[in-house]
Design a protein around this ligand. Structure first.
Ligand code: FES
Length: 76
């Protein structure tokens, strides 16, 4: 089984990660995305790190957009 996911850095905003994968929450517990998109803070100002809470708009965060498409075939 391979894992595919996309990381999109929104212009002046968070990292949006979509796909099916498992990540660790702040307590170290595995959480499955089950296809849901998650938004991770990249401005450093979120009150709900590591997730984006929209604060980037209030602080005027400026950064370019970028997109990465990744495939993890190590589980084939
Ligand atoms: S990127 Fe949204 S709060 Fe930091």
């Amino acid at each position: 089984m391979s894992h595919h996911f996309v990381i999109l850095a929104r212009e002046n905003g968070p990292y949006l990660i979509s796909g099916e994968f498992t990540y660790l929450d702040v307590q170290g517990n595995p959480q499955k995305t089950e296809g849901k998109m998650i938004a991770l803070c990249r401005c450093g100002q979120s009150g709900n790190k590591p997730f984006c809470d929209g604060t980037h708009k209030k602080v005027g965060f400026v950064a370019p957009a970028l997109e990465l498409k990744l495939t993890d075939d190590t589980h084939s």
